[in-house]
Ligand binder design. Structure first.
Ligand code: ATP
Length: 557
């Protein structure tokens, strides 16, 4: 199948805001995709790699400028100028390819297959950590070849995919509905959703849809293919908590650590963050703790990894622990400075998937496989009760031990990957903070002129898979943090106009604020009053949702 087929559909998607129209456009494309359907569906998600795979092209906007220059024989300066003028690197790529004077040497249509293979190859180079300039060159050449043999419109979308900035307004729900429309006359979308929840892989789901409902229903959770974590709702009171999760409930301490999904396959351990990044290498102590204290060779544990002070054994906040997530060197040293304890709270696979069994049963199974060992592996502190006083007592105890509060969990409930369902709720005494993506920034003036100062914050609109602004933040940051933010944001810049830059929404920060107001200024319709930086949330991939902000706004009024 030619890549131009995808491009045509993308052009149509760009021209409508209506979800139903988007679904129809995608359904038509999916029907026409034949054998290539899995790849086509992935491209529509904005990246050619399934969600669970820790693969990434690793191309910054600056590198893309180089790639476009190589592909079109124009200087980097010219590409940058075009980028500035058009405000979008995709459009710049399109114009540059249009302007390309010399006739293409090998004028061959690019296919979906070829595009896919190239990108796969580049991502594999990236994940092998081949950072030498030779490999950087190779990587750029592979992608430049692709752009140079493409038509202008194709170049536009290729460029956007390469920097992970497709922005078609197509969410997971729309892809699911389009698959249902294309293959099951609009029926069975729940089965498709479930297949996606369990596999976390739209390529697999698409392939199954072509084969039939039975195949869709046979997709299961698999070891080494991490699924999204089940998330918690927020409640303000114990009564509200019981209403949500039922009585009696399982009450756990809520620790301020890092969520980790730990897979054991034939005795080999892998550790994934909630962004589904593989951090096994960064946490050799976690691997050891699991090898020694988990009595199963094939299981998936849902856990909180908690850091503690090696001197006094006290808990340390997530911000310090988070140093370990990204670190690729001095791992042994860091392991001693910031030791961790694994606190499992759920088990979703034990020789077979068990995520649809009730929580009480999963918890019993979890208990039977965990050997508790001080400072290595300990089940979360917990109790089962229907007494509000007992919950209150646990809340107090948890807080005085330096933890964040408590979680209340429904004993009958299944495990729903990726959903903020009311099967577990969190009760924290402090004001709810928001985890928001930095979507733009402004270069400062004066002493800090080479720093990105004012930060524009965005929440996530799930339905349209886009980010909407909710305010700007300029306080609460130390000089060090400003510098760190600038370094983080620079490679993510997609557009620059005067001092203002747009960035890909990949840096998530936790913000405190006074209150939420309605606001015509920001695209979300809401504005945070006096947002302040609390900390980076390296463990998170997506910002809090627009619904959450709406909910908080309603609660406060
Ligand atoms: P927060 O910022 O409050 O940690 P979040 O958005 O990261 O919230 P939620 O799903 O809303 O995530 O809250 C649950 C989080 O709390 C989990 O992701 C997990 O990391 C952490 N946690 C700590 N202790 C527990 C526990 N006993 N059971 C479940 N989750 C726990």
């Amino acid at each position: 199948m030619e890549f131009s087929k995808i491009t045509e559909a993308f052009e149509k998607l760009d021209q409508t805001q209506k979800t139903l129209e988007k679904t129809d456009i995608l359904a038509e494309l999916f029907e026409e995709s034949g054998e290539q359907l899995p790849q086509v569906v992935l491209m529509c998600t904005g990246t050619p790699f399934p969600a669970w795979k820790d693969l990434d092209l690793g191309v910054s906007s600056k590198t893309l400028v180089k790639i476009i220059s190589k592909a079109t024989g124009r200087s980097e300066k010219e590409v940058e100028k075009e980028w500035k003028e058009q405000g979008d690197l995709g459009l710049a790529a399109q114009t540059m390819v249009e302007k390309k004077t010399q006739q293409r040497l090998m004028s061959q249509e690019i296919t979906v297959q070829k595009t896919f293979e190239r990108m796969q190859k580049v991502a594999e180079m990236e994940s092998e950590g081949l950072n030498s300039s030779v490999n950087q060159d190779k990587k750029q050449k592979e992608l430049a070849d692709l752009i140079s043999s493409s038509e202008p419109r194709e170049a536009k979308y290729l460029a956007r995919i390469i920097i992970n900035n497709l922005r078609l307004g197509v969410g997971e729900g729309t892809i699911r509905d389009a698959l249902s429309e294309a293959f099951f006359d609009g029926k069975h979308f729940e089965d498709i959703q479930k297949a996606y929840d369990f596999s976390n892989d739209f390529a697999e789901v698409a392939k199954a849809c072509r084969e039939g409902l039975e195949q869709v229903n046979s997709l299961e959770l698999e070891l080494y293919r991490p699924v999204k974590s089940m998330l918690a709702k927020n409640v303000d009171t114990i009564e509200e908590g019981f209403e949500e999760v039922g009585e009696p409930a399982s009450i756990n301490y809520k620790y301020d650590g890092m969520r980790a999904q730990i897979h054991v396959k034939e005795g080999e351990v892998k550790v994934f963050t909630r962004r589904l990044d593989d951090v096994t290498e960064q946490f050799p102590d976690v691997v050891e703790a699991v090898e020694e204290n988990i009595e199963s060779d094939n299981c998936i544990l849902d856990t909180e990894i908690v850091g503690y002070d090696p001197e006094d054994g006290g808990m340390i906040p997530f911000q310090r622990l988070s140093k370990r997530i990204k670190r690729k060197y001095d791992i042994q040293k860091l392991k001693e400075e910031i030791p961790v304890e694994v606190r499992p709270f759920d088990l979703i696979y034990l020789d077979e998937p068990i995520l649809q069994r009730p929580y009480s049963e999963r918890w019993e199974k979890l208990k039977s496989v965990v050997n508790e060992q001080e400072e290595e592996m300990k089940l979360v502190d917990n109790d089962i009760t229907l007494e509000a006083e007992r919950v209150q007592e646990m809340q107090q105890a948890s807080l005085s031990d330096g933890h964040e509060g408590i979680m209340m969990k429904n004993l009958e409930a299944e495990y729903k990957p990726g959903n903020r369902v009311g099967y577990m709720v969190k009760l924290k005494p402090v004001m709810e903070t928001l985890d928001l993506a930095i979507v733009g920034a402004k270069w400062s003036e004066g002493r800090r002129s080479n720093w990105l100062g004012r930060l524009f914050l965005g929440c996530y609109d799930k339905e349209n898979n886009e980010y909407l602004e909710v305010g700007k933040m300029a306080t609460g940051l130390t000089d060090e943090q400003f510098q760190e933010i600038t370094e983080k944001l620079k490679p993510l810049i997609t557009n620059e106009e005067g001092r203002k830059v747009d960035v890909r929404p990949e840096v998530i920060v936790e913000a405190e604020y006074e209150e939420i107001q309605e606001s015509p200024t920001y695209s979300s319709g809401y504005a945070l009053r006096f947002p302040r930086m609390k900390q980076f949330r390296e463990d998170k991939e997506k910002a809090d949702s627009l619904e959450k902000i709406k909910g908080l706004y309603q609660d406060q009024n």
